[in-house]
Design a protein around this ligand. Structure first.
Ligand code: URA
Length: 417
């Protein structure tokens, strides 16, 4: 088999065979196919697309390019969730304890934030001493005993995605739906859960800008699950405005604590209740959505979800005194209020602009090697639909930086009212 024939087939719009996809992944990961041929194939896939079956085979081959975790010795169905990324998206940290408090086992591998989107690992590391580098054995023990564990990406999982993603980044092929679907799903499948819930975001702060594209991506990932015998479900949610009020690492952890005490923002709480009810059904803990929803709500009200979060943080060596007393978290040197310049109704709070502004305040990274200021970010005082009066507080910027005049202007423009 020759790589140039595979490129030609895709260039001419044919569906690749299982053997061709296997040949490409195996030889590319083993450095036997040069980047220029892999780039040509990626561009052909970008332009001609892939069937759901082809995408499922690509996903399977990527999954099998490295280690595949086996969680089968943990009793019960293991659940995982993935969000395609957004601004203020702290869902995993609320949802995890909620579903674990109802008996689900959440085994989650998470990533770091880059650009305008935050990462679950960074948020967790804003809790002093929190350890995201557990071993695989420790991770499994924790899922078994506590019901949830979240760890960093394992370098040995899915090496094909690492190589292909890096190449997509420099060949203008990132935004191909089959390539996004196989990239997300191969990592999720390699980390061994039985059921996966995907939160596919659309809007200004998301990868998919429109609801239609989010649906295409969700459908394709669900079909990959069908081809590969995994229970994969998805929901589509808006990322037109940030989720909740807090954007930035320890600011979001404080909001997680509030939400687990049933005092959280409505949008975040409802999203977690909805996602959790689907996950509990997937894990076969309840046989219908409504019973799961009611159980989750009860555990928010009676403190069991909060207690599970404390147990999880403690198991990963985090200092739980911060969870009981969030006023201990570091506060930025400057708290800069942004006031409304007129009366009105908030029509839009542009998530992309807020995400970028938070990064510029020190709360995110432009490149993976940047260090993060855990207390930096933005706390909104208004959400879309709220009314606002002239001179009323729109949001507060948190930063240690001395000169953020440009960020202040950026944030003012994010609010349309
Ligand atoms: N997230 C991923 O893991 N891969 C993509 O291609 C896009 C988003």
């Amino acid at each position: 088999m020759f790589m140039e024939d595979i490129i030609e087939h895709k260039r001419d719009g044919l569906a690749l065979t299982e053997e061709e996809i296997h040949f490409f992944i195996q030889n590319y990961v083993n450095n036997k196919i040069p980047d220029y041929q892999a780039s040509a194939l990626l561009m052909a896939i970008y332009l001609k697309g892939m069937t759901s079956y082809e995408t499922a085979i690509l996903t399977k081959e990527m999954r099998d390019s490295g280690e595949v975790w086996d969680l089968s010795d943990i009793p019960g169905l293991k659940v995982d969730k993935h969000s395609t990324g957004g601004v203020g998206d702290k869902v995993s940290l609320v949802l995890g304890p909620m579903v674990a408090s109802c008996g689900a086992k959440l085994a989650k591998m998470s990533g770091r934030g880059l650009g305008h989107t935050g990462g679950t690992l960074d948020k967790l590391e804003s809790i002093p001493c929190f350890d995201i580098y557990e071993t695989y054995e420790e991770f499994k023990e924790q899922v078994k005993n506590v019901g949830m564990a979240i760890i960093g990406q394992d370098e040995n999982l899915d090496p094909a995605d690492k190589k292909i993603y890096a190449l997509r980044d420099v060949t203008a092929t990132v935004s191909s739906i089959p390539l996004i679907a196989s990239s997300i799903m191969s990592k999720k499948l390699a980390s061994g859960s039985d059921c996966i819930l995907l939160d596919v975001k659309y809007g200004s702060g998301a990868f998919m800008k429109t609801k239609e594209d989010a649906k295409k991506l969700g459908d394709l990932m669900e079909q990959i699950g069908e081809h590969l015998n995994k229970d994969v479900r998805y929901e589509i949610t808006s990322m037109e405005e940030p989720l909740g009020y807090a954007v930035g690492n320890n600011l979001e952890i404080k909001e997680v604590i509030e939400t687990l005490n049933n005092r959280g923002p409505k949008d975040l709480t409802l999203l977690c209740l909805n996602s959790g009810a689907i996950m509990l059904e997937q894990a076969k803990i309840f046989d219908n959505y409504q019973d799961g929803y009611n159980a989750l709500l009860k555990n928010l009200e009676n403190g069991k979800a909060f207690d599970k979060f404390v147990e999880f943080v403690k198991a990963q060596k985090g200092d739980i005194s911060y969870i009981y007393d969030p006023s201990k978290f570091k506060v930025s040197k400057y708290l800069i209020p942004i006031f409304a310049a007129k009366n009105g109704i908030i029509k839009k709070i542009d998530a992309l602009t807020i995400g970028k502004a938070s990064m510029h305040l020190g709360g995110g990274r432009m490149v993976l090697t940047d260090t993060i200021d855990m207390s930096a970010g933005i706390v909104l005082n208004k959400k879309v639909g709220d009314s606002v009066k002239n001179n009323e507080l729109l949001c507060t910027l948190h930063t240690d930086k001395d000169d953020v005049k440009e960020v202040i202007e950026e944030v003012k423009e994010a609010f349309i009212y």
